[in-house]
Structure formats: C-alpha cells, structure tokens
Design a protein around this ligand. Structure first.
Ligand SMILES: CC(C)(COP(=O)(O)OP(=O)(O)OC[C@H]1O[C@@H](n2cnc3c(N)ncnc32)[C@H](O)[C@@H]1OP(=O)(O)O)[C@@H](O)C(=O)NCCC(=O)NCCS
Length: 222
C-alpha cells in the first residue's frame, strides 16, 4: 500500500511518520517518534511524543499471527522464500480506518487501536491504551482507557458541538479582545460572531505528502 498523507495547510507533521493513507486537518501537529496509520485526524489536534495511532493488527485466532498468513507485502517481500508461503487472504480488521476528531489533545506515549473513533475535543491522558471509542469533550486515561471526567458541563459541550469553531477562520481582528481562558465569554463571542456572519468559513489548501523511506516528500496537491 502507498504511504500517503493529504494534509490541510498549515499542519506540522515532519516530526512524525505515516503508514497507509491518511488525512490530516489544519493546525494539527505531531511530535517525535509518533506514527499514524490509516487515519483521519481533525483540525487543531495536538499529538504528543511516542504516540501510535491505528497500527495494524495481526490475527490472534488464526494458526499463526505472522503476516505470511494474510499479507503479500511484508518486511520479507520480495523474497522468494516468503513468496512461496504467503497467502492471498485478507485480514479484515486492517481495512478499518481510525478517526481522531478536531481539537483533540493526545498526551505522551498513547496507543490508539485501529478502528477507534475519538470524539471532538477529547483529551487522552499520557500513557493511555485506547481500545474503545472516546466520547467528545471527555478526558480519558489508563490502560485500557477509561473516563476520568467530562471536560465541561453538558450544556457547554452541546454548544461546542453546535459551534464547531474549527470550521471558521478565527481572525483576531474580527474577535476583538477575545480571551480563550474565559470559556463562557469566548464561547459566547464566537457564537455571536458566527451567527452574525463575521467569521469566514475556513477552507484551507491541501498538500499531499508521499512517504519514501523515512523522508516525507512534499508535493503540491490540487
Ligand atoms: C489527563 C490529564 C490531562 C489530567 O486531566 P485532569 O482532569 O486535570 O486530571 P487530574 O489531575 O484532576 O486527575 C484526575 C484523576 O485522573 C488521574 N489521572 C491523571 N492523569 C492520568 C493519566 N494520564 N492516566 C490515568 N489517570 C490519570 C489522576 O490520578 C486522578 O485520579 P484520582 O481521581 O483517582 O485521584 C493529564 O494528567 C495528562 O495526562 N496530560 C498529558 C500531558 C502530556 O502528555 N504532555 C506531553 C504531550 S503534549
């Protein structure tokens, strides 16, 4: 499979690595030794060091877990000894995509299992192993990851989910004096700006990155 990343501009992805086909939203970034496999990552998502998202699975209930039972392409191809034994079987769990929402914060050393969906605004605590979907605007942690607490009261979460602020250009000149530390005031200010049509829709340019070895080669993408 080709290793391809389509990324909205700007996004800061050069410190990490990618496998399979990925789509990364604007202002998302990832830190050293992080690897993303076959995922869709939302805008403004922060990914810490040593994070692994959507790694491929091996069949634990087949005769062997080794790729020769289900993968023509592997670390051994093209090698005649491998060619002789590998099969045409598919291992369906590896067809799944992993979805990471917008404004998600993923801490140091997190593992997110392939096929999981992380809701918008979620926080994944350092060292978590995420095996199940994570609700929007919740903080989870541990192995396996469990709810630590919701980020906000339910009414604020509902307003955040309706607003989806990442779909607008948060132009400071159109948001005078905005203070994001003041949740209630800044949320109200954004809601008002959106309903009055003061903020433009954010429709960033996209770039395609093709991974060759460990270098990401940047190409313009229409
Ligand atoms: C999860 C996190 C965001 C804290 O959330 P919080 O709601 O402020 O957590 P609190 O400190 O109030 O702790 C609440 C509970 O969660 C537990 N907890 C905190 N972080 C945890 C983690 N990473 N994993 C498991 N449990 C955790 C606390 O021990 C506490 O448990 P208790 O109620 O039994 O005492 C933070 O601990 C964390 O993991 N940050 C990531 C930092 C990081 O990785 N930075 C580098 C990358 S940018």
């Amino acid at each position: 499979m080709d290793n391809l990343v389509v990324a909205e501009k700007p996004s800061a992805l050069n410190l990490g690595d990618f496998r399979g086909e990925n789509y990364i939203g604007a202002f998302a970034y990832l830190n050293q030794e992080s690897i993303i496999y076959s995922s869709v990552v939302g805008r403004y998502t922060s990914i810490g060091h040593k994070v692994m998202i959507g790694a491929t699975e091996h069949p634990a209930n087949w005769l062997s877990t080794h790729p020769f039972t289900y993968a023509k392409q592997s670390a051994f191809s093209p090698c005649p000894e491998y060619d002789l034994i590998c099969t045409d079987e598919d291992f369906p769990p590896n067809d799944r995509i992993t979805f990471i929402g917008n404004d998600v914060w993923i801490g140091y050393g997190v593992y997110i299992r392939r096929g999981v969906t992380i809701g918008d605004g979620a926080v994944i605590g350092a060292g978590a192993v995420v095996t199940k979907d994570v609700e929007p605007y919740t903080i989870v942690g541990g192995t396996p990851a469990k709810l630590i607490r919701p980020r906000f009261d339910a009414d604020i979460v509902a307003r955040m989910q309706k607003l989806q602020w990442w779909n607008y250009i948060l132009d400071k000149r159109r948001l005078p004096g905005i203070q994001y530390a003041d949740l209630s005031a800044s949320l109200g200010q954004l809601e008002e700006a959106v309903s009055n049509g003061k903020l433009e829709i954010f429709a960033p340019e996209k770039i395609a990155f093709k991974r060759k070895g460990h270098n990401l080669v940047v190409q313009q993408f229409k």
